[in-house]
Design a protein around this ligand. Structure first.
Ligand code: ZN
Length: 342
């Protein structure tokens, strides 16, 4: 083949793939917004915005209140998952297979607590579906005497301050329908936006600390209670990087050693067990359970003091759910099989 023929072939191929991309039509939504006397529903059907009046079935309160306390004791069973990153099918299947929800996607975990340690957003193309399922399950869990905790990860903070670089092409299209501003798509006048602004970032359940990244000594030195840290984090939702940097507490919370970004358990060669234990003692906790750093499976570090639950769901192939019951941790698989945590 001549060089010219080859170039033509490559150009034709590029043109063809571009046409396919340009012709992909997406559905997305619903996006709901508080209006004076009603809730407005925006759906994206084949890339086109449709506006209607919302008539159900979800319960939509006017306000979402933040937790008064962020520590829980005597919880009978716990399930935890992290870094779903727009992979709704894996998320849903893990919850069904491990009996946290039923086939109709309703809560079936009784008085148990389901903890999601952040990063629902970005990468994948079924973020909206995951958000509305979490929204619904949170209400059903409360009614059953259980609780769903959706903790915010770095990608929640990024999306809420309009960082678009990890958005799936589908959501890059959706945001153009909201003046190309994620702060408008998830504004305080949007139901999901108002709901997200009530969320915590760090909680403690049965002496296990749950959060997205991890706890570095720098966080301990801030001397904040979990409730104070969560309140400070909430104040930073939607702020630009510059606005966050203007306040020393906020700057520390959002730094690379801060709770939503820290990766030291897996990357810091100098970190030793005694330091991890000393931090846990200060938090009056026995273990810390984190996402953010992707692992092939749920794994432990530092003699089991650190449990890493980002099981690479973001790849869209597989994933695991951490389970705790009768004083024992196990790994819930997609098949429903439960393997001991090593
Ligand atoms: Zn993360």
């Amino acid at each position: 083949m001549t060089r010219t023929a080859l170039t033509t072939l490559v150009l034709l191929f590029l043109l063809f793939t571009n046409l396919i991309c340009a012709n992909t039509l997406y559905n997305d939504g619903p996006y709901l917004f508080y209006k004076n006397n009603h809730i407005e529903q925006i759906d994206i059907r084949k890339n086109t915005k449709q506006v209607s009046k919302y008539v159900g079935p979800l319960t939509i309160p006017q306000t979402f209140s933040a937790n008064k306390v962020d520590s829980y004791q005597d919880v009978e069973k716990i399930a935890a998952i992290s870094d779903i990153h727009g992979q709704f099918d894996i998320f849903k299947t893990l919850l069904i297979s491990n009996k946290v929800i039923d086939q109709q996607l309703n809560w079936s975990y009784g008085r148990g607590h389901l903890i999601i340690t952040g990063d629902i957003f970005d990468r994948g193309d079924t973020v909206t579906e995951a958000l509305w399922l979490i929204y619904k399950l949170e209400q059903q869990a409360l009614a059953a005497g259980g609780k769903l905790h959706y903790l915010l990860g770095n990608h929640e903070y990024m999306v809420l301050r309009d960082e678009q670089r990890y958005l799936h092409p589908k959501y890059l299209h959706t945001v153009t329908l909201f003046n190309n501003d994620l702060r408008q798509q998830y504004s305080e006048q949007s139901i999901l936006g108002r709901w997200l602004r009530s969320k915590s970032t760090i909680i403690k359940v049965n002496g296990f600390v749950f959060l997205h990244g991890g706890i570095h000594q720098e966080f301990i030195d801030l001397n904040l209670s979990l409730e104070q840290a969560n309140a400070a984090f909430r104040k930073t939702i939607g702020l630009s990087k510059e606005e966050v940097k203007a306040n020393s507490t906020w700057r520390s919370l959002h730094s690379s050693n801060g709770p939503i970004w820290y990766r030291g358990y897996f990357r810091d060669q100098d970190l030793v067990l005694a330091q991890v234990e000393s931090i846990l003692t200060k938090l009056n906790a026995t273990q810390v359970i984190v996402g953010h750093t992707s692992m092939p499976t749920i794994e432990t570090r530092f003699n089991g003091k650190v449990i890493a639950i980002d099981s690479s769901i973001k790849r869209g192939e597989k994933g695991e759910l951490l389970l705790w019951e009768n004083d024992k941790f196990s790994r819930g698989m997609l098949s429903g099989e439960q393997k001991p945590l090593q």
